[in-house]
Design a protein around this ligand. Structure first.
Ligand code: ADP
Ligand code: MG
Length: 218
């Protein structure tokens, strides 16, 4: 089953110059962990934002789990796409506990299933003891796990991760890569991971795709 199917996507932040995304097509099958490589400025973050519904493309189509979310005049809102996202800076709500952060996205789940789901997600990322803590009381690696738990909690069709290692110490990276791969495989989640480091892809991903290098003028 195709979980992400992007066809001939075109997007630009302005009407002048070359579009940031210029006719990109991407297909990702169920349970694949795919790395998205490319130099800074090649449109990796923009691509994830388009799939998540945080930007509106000029042309092209996007299907998630075989349902159109962008096509002709159709534009499905982010919360209705079944897409989870972990942002580069994690974007945890600072005034909410870890448990409240994870609970936040579960309003569509029957009330009695919400607390058990939070516990299940904390267990998955091995943070079971941290439900009552606040984000600022956690290390960078721990905050990342909570961001991951929050994104996975509604059981999305696909998880998008933007530069998951950029805020972490280099000496922790090897360990965290391995942990991340174990968590993603345990969660049976289809995943796109943006990175500029080929070694991340080799350690975690099943395969990779490359965003085109932008032409320099002169
Ligand atoms: P990457 O994640 O691969 O580094 P981005 O998707 O962030 O690349 O950016 C692609 C291009 O779009 C860059 O030239 C960047 O400057 C530009 N860009 C990104 N976000 C915006 C924005 N909000 N407004 C205008 N231009 C942007
Ligand atoms: Mg980026």
């Amino acid at each position: 089953m195709k979980i992400v199917d992007v066809q001939d996507l075109v997007f630009s932040f302005s009407s002048e110059g070359e579009p940031v995304i210029n006719g990109v097509s991407i297909t990702i099958m169920k349970d694949e962990i795919v790395g998205v490589l490319g130099p800074s400025g090649s449109g990796k973050s923009t691509m994830l934002r388009l799939i998540a519904g945080l930007e509106m493309p000029w042309q092209g189509s996007i299907y998630i789990a075989e349902k159109p979310v962008v096509a002709d005049k159709l534009f499905v809102q982010p919360e209705n796409r079944g897409v989870g996202m972990v942002f580069q800076d994690y974007a945890l709500f600072p005034h909410m506990t870890v448990g409240e952060n994870i609970l936040f996205g579960l309003s569509r789940l029957p009330r009695k299933e919400r607390k058990p789901r939070v516990a299940e997600m904390l267990e998955l990322v091995k943070m079971g003891e941290f439900a009552e803590r606040y984000p600022h009381e956690l290390s960078g690696g721990q905050q990342q796990r909570i961001a991951l738990a929050r994104a996975l909690a509604p059981k999305p069709n696909v998880l998008l991760m933007d530069e998951p290692f950029s805020n972490l110490d280099a000496d922790l990276k090897a360990e965290i890569r391995e942990d991340l791969r174990v968590i993603l495989k345990k969660a049976n989640i289809t995943c796109m991971i943006v990175t500029h480091d080929r070694a991340d892809v080799e350690a975690i991903c099943d395969r990779s795709i490359e965003m085109g290098q932008r032409e320099k003028i002169g």
